[in-house]
Design a protein around this ligand. Structure first.
Ligand code: ATP
Ligand code: MG
Length: 374
């Protein structure tokens, strides 16, 4: 087992102007499950492929343990990769698929058989060892791909969207299985996904990338409770955080009729570039449905109610002053706001409700830089 370190690792594809991965600094602990997450094209696969040795590193270094592997051949890095398309050999049995890399490496037959059987046991594949991949379900194929990585007993597992071929239900099941398997094996793992829920549920820590730049690294809690900037705030969490830009006067953010006090240290960080404004984030659960009589409440017209059993969310359009004067948006769009409501008492579509931000439940960002101030 080993640590993994990206040290200013940069990848500039030939013929492009901006690096796909720009000076990535990231240290992954021995045995850690680290999830690289971000929108399409942000550089996740490129980062993983640099670590695998499948992509040139144009600047900086990559270490596995203390060893600088920047220029080491992929086969000499002691890693195993699981891809999105499992790339199983169709004409080989499950057992042969799983043992293939060992066979190529010249491992004695008996050893291969033993490791394959062990892995099959862990993955619940014992009864399928003699089948061909086409006679397996999607989930079973995914487990064969995992098995192929496990039998190699590598120092690091690299996984690039390994669940994206599975249907929603199987994806949820399999992500729990992979996470608990990784913890049992204790092998350092770098896992790529664009799905923030997968990131939150699987990772010991999460690294968020955008446009090739690392935005923040932290535990799922850190990312949810203290996003470092507006991008991470909007990306992590489902449904997404509501974000709005508001005027500040005398240390109070003017959110429609509400006056939200800013902490003194926070207010002191506002600069001229912010032009007297501040960006506030408030998650759907930071809003409460109240009455028109509440002087901090603002009106929202209900467009859709999403009922999830244990939870319910209103997707609504801001009405009144706030709609005219503030710049509010959420994952649902401009002037749209998402509110968690009591699932046993949901408003009707078209209804006008009054919502207020619960005190102390806002995230404060600089309007100019997008960086967290609170
Ligand atoms: N071989 C290549 N040549 C030129 N540009 C490339 C090449 N491969 C990837 N890119 C560009 O580099 C950027 C990062 O790509 P990458 O595949 O790492 O994204 P990703 O985060 O894995 O996205 P996705 O979630 O869609 O898989 C993108 O802008 C992509 O267009
Ligand atoms: Mg990718």
């Amino acid at each position: 087992m080993a640590t993994v370190t990206f040290d200013h690792a940069t990848r500039l594809y030939p013929g492009t102007e901006r690096p796909a991965v720009d000076q990535l600094n990231l240290h992954i602990e021995d045995g850690e499950f680290l999830v690289l997450v971000g929108p399409s094209g942000c550089g996740k696969s490129t980062s993983l492929r640099m670590l695998a040795g499948l992509e040139d590193v144009n600047g900086g270094h990559i270490f596995i343990g203390d060893r600088d592997v920047t220029d080491v051949q992929p086969k000499d890095r002691d890693i195993a990769m699981v891809f999105q398309n499992y790339a199983l050999y169709p004409h080989m049995s499950v057992a042969d698929n799983m043992g293939f890399a060992l066979k190529i490496a010249g491992t004695p037959k008996a050893d291969i058989r033993q490791r394959v059987e062990e892995a099959a046991k862990i993955l619940d594949l014992t009864e399928y060892l003699d089948r061909k991949p086409k006679a397996l379900s999607g989930g079973q194929r995914q487990r064969v791909a995992m098995g192929r990585a496990i039998v190699r007993q590598p120092q690091v597992f690299l996984m690039d969207e390994p669940l994206s071929n599975l249907d929603a239900k199987l994806r949820v099941q399999t992500r729990t299985q992979i996470a608990s398997l990784q913890r049992r094996l204790g092998v350092t793992t770098v896992y790529v996904t664009h799905d923030q829920t997968e990131a939150l549920t699987m990772g010991d820590r999460i690294a968020v990338l955008k446009d090739g730049l690392l935005q923040q690294v932290g535990t799922p809690r850190d990312m949810y409770d203290t996003p470092a900037n507006v991008f991470v705030a909007g990306f992590i969490g489902s449904p997404a955080m509501n974000l709005g830009t508001f005027a500040v006067n005398n240390g109070l953010a003017e959110v429609g009729p509400a006056r939200i006090p800013l902490e003194r240290e926070v207010a002191a960080k506002i600069t001229e570039a912010d032009k007297g404004k501040i960006t506030l984030g408030f998650r759907p659960e930071a809003l409460e449905v109240t009455s028109q009589a509440n002087e901090s409440a603002f009106p929202v017209e209900v467009n859709i109610v999403e009922e999830l059993g244990s939870d319910a969310f209103v997707y609504g359009t801001l009405k009144g002053d706030l709609a005219a004067n503030a710049d509010i948006h959420s994952g649902a769009g401009d002037n749209q706001i998402i509110v968690r409501v009591d699932p046993r008492n949901v408003p009707a579509k078209g209804e006008r409700i009054y919502v207020a931000i619960r005190p102390g439940n806002t995230h404060v960002f600089s309007t100019a830089t997008g960086l967290r101030l609170s």
